[in-house]
Design a protein around this ligand. Structure first.
Ligand SMILES: Nc1ncnc2c1ncn2[C@@H]1O[C@H](COP(=O)(O)OP(=O)(O)OP(=O)(O)O)[C@@H](O)[C@H]1O
Ligand SMILES: [Mg+2]
Length: 323
């Protein structure tokens, strides 16, 4: 089994909702998640909008303070890092966001944007212009793009610039948060393949966040399925698609549109009940129980443990756990 790069242990983030005089309630955006990311893999993180994917990513990068829990990067507690060690971590762990329109500073040229990353992380490079042009070429851009501003590029080109900015400092780990969901399908494929090539060349580890299951399957080694702040299933990518065990994963997979109508008719139907409940007041026991067609008495009373049902395949569901 390959080496662990990142270990996430019982991580929680509750956002306060403030009233006029006091905190009225808390959004339980991430509510006790535990998982590992292995060196060199792509861990996919999927789930409906608002289930806590981005919050999990931001916590791992220490862009948010957790309510509870730990993140270990190469064995070191990320929330305890200081000084040089914190700088080293900031250089090792990067993020590429969904929206290339807002993630690049509109007042800076491409050269300035990338040079800023080099300066912040104190990269010693003799000829910066040549170095940056070489990087631009790797993502299909040219020397004449160097002194242009973000608004002069297409969405796909901006995402290429964001990729260079993240990778130019030679990180070990990159969070890709819906990196292609704002782009055309043809451009999506180019960017995804480019990310795969960089992963191979630079031995990168990815956390790939998306609600598009087809893309997650294409990119991921393993996939974690998130529901209302919890991981409900974690399995190798192919296995999750062939044998999803959690009723929520089955529901998600059943909702992928299938282009072949004959197959779509033959496909076993999983019924979808309702909308996800609010993370302010999540249901007791298993959070999915109000929408689950296999619901049993225990499901509304006790939270199911996260257990290994097959090698490397984990599920949190009372259908599989011993009571
Ligand atoms: N800064 C914040 N303050 C208050 N609530 C927040 C904050 N950030 C996120 N939330 C809430 O936390 C929950 C999880 O949000 P998050 O952005 O992590 O979801 P997501 O899975 O990334 O969704 P999407 O697929 O739409 O990007 C949501 O209910 C969201 O409204
Ligand atoms: Mg998000």
């Amino acid at each position: 089994m390959s080496e662990t790069l990142i270990k996430v242990v019982n991580l929680k983030k509750y956002f306060p909702i403030r009233g006029i005089f006091f905190t009225k309630a808390r959004v339980k955006a991430v509510d006790g998640v535990t998982f590992d990311i292995r060196r060199g893999e792509t861990l996919g993180l999927v789930g409906e909008s608002g289930c806590g994917k981005t919050t999990t990513g931001r916590l791992i990068l220490r862009l948010l303070k957790p309510t509870a829990g730990h993140v270990y990067f190469e064995g070191k507690d990320v929330f305890k890092l200081k000084g040089e060690e914190l700088k080293k971590f900031r250089k090792s762990a990067q993020i590429i966001l969904q929206d290339p329109y807002t993630s690049l500073n509109p007042r800076m040229t491409v050269f300035e944007i990338i040079n800023e990353a080099l300066e912040v992380h104190k990269m010693k490079i003799s000829d910066k212009e040549e170095f940056i042009v070489n990087w631009l070429r790797k993502v299909g851009l040219e020397k004449h793009h160097l002194y242009r501003y973000p608004h002069e590029f297409s969405g796909g080109q901006r995402q290429r610039i964001a990729i260079v900015r993240a990778l130019v400092i030679n990180p070990k780990f990159v969070i890709l948060d819906e990196p292609t969901s704002a782009l055309d399908v043809s451009v999506q494929a180019q960017i995804l393949n480019m990310l795969k090539d960089f992963q191979r060349e630079m031995s990168l580890t990815y956390l790939f966040i998306s609600h598009d299951l087809g893309i997650v399957k294409y990119m991921s080694t393993r996939i974690a399925v998130m529901y209302l702040g919890k991981i409900v299933e974690l399995a190798p990518a192919d296995e999750l698609f062939e044998k999803p065990q959690h009723p929520y994963s089955q529901m998600l997979l059943a909702s992928i549109p299938i282009p072949d109508p004959e197959y779509a008719l033959k496909k076993p139907k999983v019924r979808v009940y309702g909308e996800p409940p609010s993370p302010i007041n999540p249901p007791p026991g298993c959070r999915f129980h109000p929408r689950c067609e296999h619901v049993m008495e225990i499901c509304s009373k006790e939270e199911p443990p996260f257990i290994e049902v097959e090698r490397d395949h984990y599920v949190a569901c009372w259908l599989y756990a011993k009571r």
